[in-house]
Write a protein that binds this ligand. Structure first.
Ligand code: GSH
Length: 215
């Protein structure tokens, strides 16, 4: 059986979990906590980040790489559009999640509010979090709100890697006690609720809310 390395709470590990679940792939989950010295794990992921994936003697670091592999190794149901332009747009939304949302909603909100106090004995700097919410979050959410138009999914009229890559970041936003303002971003709010209610997302979200609920 393949192995997924990483821990719950990571938006990138969650991408892999959702894709594995959507494709009905059984796997073992090996707990790997990042940000620590772990020479054995670095043989699998030289950057020491999570997730990584092992399939027999094949090892793969990085969520985007893992998802691309899963798509080729287990084509059904497809999670990438077949049309070249839609395929590229889906990759762009994944990138927007990984490198646009995550450094803000993950690193500047979820991390200091949830991980720091709980695991590093580091109280959150609420003033810095508020500044991020006031200044850095709105342009990102405005962009997404504008992208939706009347669409139910971001690309190709169906659930794809684009939706996985965007919606995963909003789980961390919510784990940090935040929610999308429905007055200001109504389409984004409805979209996040819709994607999070899929069984693949719901199952992992339920576990994460239990794991990270306030003590
Ligand atoms: N591009 C990577 C990002 C992975 C990533 O940054 N994971 C975080 C946890 S959410 C991590 O392992 N950070 C540890 C570190 O940066 O050393 C992916 O998509 O897998």
């Amino acid at each position: 059986m393949p192995t997924l390395y990483g821990v719950l709470g990571s938006p990138f590990v969650r991408k892999a979990i959702v894709a594995l679940t959507e494709k009905g792939i059984e796997y073992d989950h090996e707990q790997v906590i990042p940000f620590g010295p772990n020479p054995e794990y670095r043989k699998i992921h030289p950057l020491g980040k999570i997730p990584a994936y092992r399939d027999g003697d094949r090892v793969l670091p990085d969520s985007s790489v893992i998802l691309a592999y899963l798509e080729r190794a287990h084509p059904e149901p497809p999670l990438y559009p077949s049309d070249p332009y839609e395929h590229a747009r889906a990759l762009w939304y994944e990138e927007f999640g990984d490198d646009g949302l995550a450094p803000v909603t993950g690193a500047k909100i979820f991390f200091p509010r949830v991980i720091g106090p709980r695991f590093m004995n580091r109280p959150p700097d609420e003033a810095a979090i508020k500044k991020t919410l006031d200044e850095e979050v709105p342009p990102l959410f405005d962009y997404l709100e504008h992208e939706f138009g009347d669409k139910k999914f971001l690309v190709a009229n169906r659930f794809t890697i684009a939706d996985i890559g965007i919606a995963t970041q909003f789980v961390n936003f919510e784990l940090a006690g935040c929610s999308v303002d429905a007055q200001r971003w109504p389409k984004l709010k409805a979209y996040v609720e819709r994607i999070h209610s899929r069984p693949s997302f719901r199952a992992v979200i339920e576990k994460e809310f239990l794991a990270f609920k306030p003590a």
